[in-house]
Design a protein around this ligand. Sequence first.
Ligand code: UDP
Length: 457
Amino acid sequence: MKKEGRRRLRVVLVPAPFQGHINPMLQLGSILHSNGFSITVVHAQYNSPKPSSHPDFSFLSLPDTSTDHKMSRGDELVPFVWQLNAKCKVRFRECLADQVKMSRQQDKTDDEIACIIYDEAMYFSEETAKDLNLPSIILRTGSASHFFTRSALVQLIKTEGHIPFLESKSHEPISELYPLRFKDLPHSIFKNIDKLLQIESEASENKTYSAIIHNTTVCLENSSLAKIQQQCQVPIFSIGPMHKIASASSSSLWEEDNSCLAWLDKQSCNSVIYVSLGSLAFMDAKELVEMAWGLANSQQPFLWVVRPGSVHGAEWIEILAKCFKENIEERGYIVKWAPQKKVLAHDAVGGFLSNCGWNSTLESICEGIPMICRPCFGDQGVNARYVSHIWKMGLELESELERGKIEKAVRRLLVDEEGKEMRKRAKNLKDIVELCTREGGSSNNSLKELIEMIMSF
Ligand code: UDP
């Protein structure tokens, strides 16, 4: 797609500082870079991305935007995002004004900034783009279905003044939002509704963005994407799953423990349950112990990621008794952080017990791996419902974490006939999604249109 002799345009990316947001933004950067754009990543001093993993990009760190705030619960996310935007706003304007001035002064046409692509959560970027006369595009890193659900809820709260669903009916389906139940909704919204409405109003004051990018594909989320497009004046480009289009470089904030790949080599095909609750979820000590024994009792080999600091009151897994470690012997392997995409692509992995973050969900779909869904907060409940009820490639692990339920869920997925059917559907979905990213597929076409738009700015 790169046209020889044509000027090189620069795209400025503003990722939100969370693993599940950094990954798709840097994947988008790789995709654009391989299509002839130069890339500058402007980031806060919190969970900063590693420049060494992306030597082709320039990185600019916004001064005085560090925070020692440690999140220990999902519902702390909305206030955190609000604070982060307040901190970054002025610094971003200064930084970008300098960049624009420099590029114009030195008349470096190859360095000219074409546009800013910012994570939806970094909405402070829009005002600066407008002031500096730069086009902007939003990247949404969650599922389109979650976005649609969230905006429908916010709209309902605005018009009805309250949440029109009853906690007491938490298991009943909500007909307007099939296949969701009250319990699947992003509950942190309700806990932080005032802050969220404030964010909404701050973000909508400056609505001048030219397009929205979703890391999804029409073959997964056609209906949600169509509904979003109906409500939206600007084009929506669904160009996912971006990790399948981008080059393979990792943007992990933690060091990946590759030793688990050698352990996987020793396991038989489709036998291993891979367990990870992502980069933000926490559990208490009791849940860790229940998970440990549930996995051990399933008698299936397991690869388990326990992020250091993710168990309340513990550093890592020191609270697991010696008898547990002796009991599992070679059957279990525990790491602090895994090379997840490689793990899911390994023949030995037969299932994924996941928090259903959107990246993990896409990564599992792309490898045809069925899932045990254990959503924690945010978009995960919505994603879990789509995995189990729309794509039918997984089962839900609901209510309290308890060893008997975990053992049963692992065996249903890896041993029972039901699990084999889910695997077949997952493999079928993998093939369908793969076609979308190939030449002539919907994501590939959407990417071409996005590139044309950026070139035309
Ligand atoms: N991930 C990883 N190693 C791990 C666990 C997770 O590389 O041990 C990656 C995973 O591949 C995904 C991201 O971290 O790309 C997590 O994002 P997701 O949206 O799935 O969930 P979140 O962490 O935001 O809840």
